[in-house]
Write a protein that binds this ligand. Sequence first.
Ligand code: ACO
Length: 409
Amino acid sequence: MAKRTVEVDVDEHGAFNGAELKQQGVVSYDQPLLSTATARSAITYIDGDAGILRYRGYPIEQIAERLHFLQVAYLLAHGELAPEDERQSFRRAVYDAEVDVERIDAHVNSFPVDSHPMAILISGYAALGASHPEAKHVKDAEMRKRLFPLVLAETLELGARAIARHAGVEPGRQTGDSYARRFLEVCGDAIDRARGEEAVEVFGRALDVLFVLHADHELNAGTNAMRAIGSAETDMYSSLAGAAAALYGPLHGGANEAVLRMLDSIGSLDNVAGYIERVKTHEVLLYGFGHRVYKNYDPRATVIKKVVDEVLETAGANPLLDIAQELERIALEDDYFVSRKLYPNVDFYSGIAYRAIGFDPATFTVLFAVARTVGWLCHYDELMSGEFKITRPAQVYVGKGERPVPKRA
Ligand code: ACO
């Protein structure tokens, strides 16, 4: 390996223009994009070492306590909190949007009952794009603004109907005074209604907080996919399909489903120590632990713990929570996790809340995607509002040199 020194100008954010490297004849090999920024963004701030997350400058803990999901959606999209009249008109724009529910149903019902709802959601976004050819005018800021509440309304119907289809139940009709509450209604009997209307109210409030916590998280794998696809001037619906596909993986949004399956497989407190030993020999992962950015407690996990307590007070105790708490207790004291700065992430406890509401584990990532659609659209809008080139990384070629094809191959 040869040593080369290159000189670059570094700005006040500690960033240099990567194109300067290429001009000097070198590239940075950075498959996971650990130290490659692909956006200058003003939406979400994270300090992973300090465990800080802010939307448009507001701390996530205060946001989760004081704002509903649609207020957060407006804030993320517009950069400021909505004045009262705009807040109402934005809500109405979402709730009264002309969603082609028949078309969504035709799509959803084309899948066999029990299909993974993420498959329905991912393809559903692409299918919805066919109904909105105007979305191809990607640089049209007015079009993007107009479609924002419509896509949130379509996402509610598509996501909830995918969940109902998975459960093999009829979707319900939207009622209620929050986005999350309406979502639960469309899910029909795919959630637990046995404890009555008051319990569903509690679940709706909990889901609203969970949606708020998942609304954006700067450049995670899903959002990176949204921006990378958008950089080819692909319409927002097709870009959403790609972003949702990236989220689906168990190392990303699919981790909430993986956590529940892990807790189920551990089964009892007696098996916790044994599972931790298998994690330490790299045989299995401790799903819901670790984060690319947070090397400290994920601030969303702290808020989620409170939500879990509230939901379980209504739904009744869940032994999986005991297993999760024991895993956390051991992990936070064990050198394997301490030395690698592995802490619970947003997905460690969210699945316990979703399960208590009655959702099947296969639907958890849909719940994540429904909320994150806000962030994806905001990043797409930010990308389209500025100067950009198509995202087309360099590669380091390690294959064969030129060689002739044998005449008689
Ligand atoms: N369980 C066991 N070991 C882990 C875990 C984990 N959950 N996470 C990281 N490690 C270990 C790695 O094996 C590695 O050990 P080594 O140094 O001995 O090789 C070390 O910690 C560093 O981990 P990396 O894989 O380099 O960390 P990276 O930043 O690439 O990965 C990730 C982050 C994907 C989140 C990882 O921590 C993980 O796989 N976690 C479990 C899945 C999960 O919960 N994903 C949800 C993330 S939050 C979200 O997307 C919404």
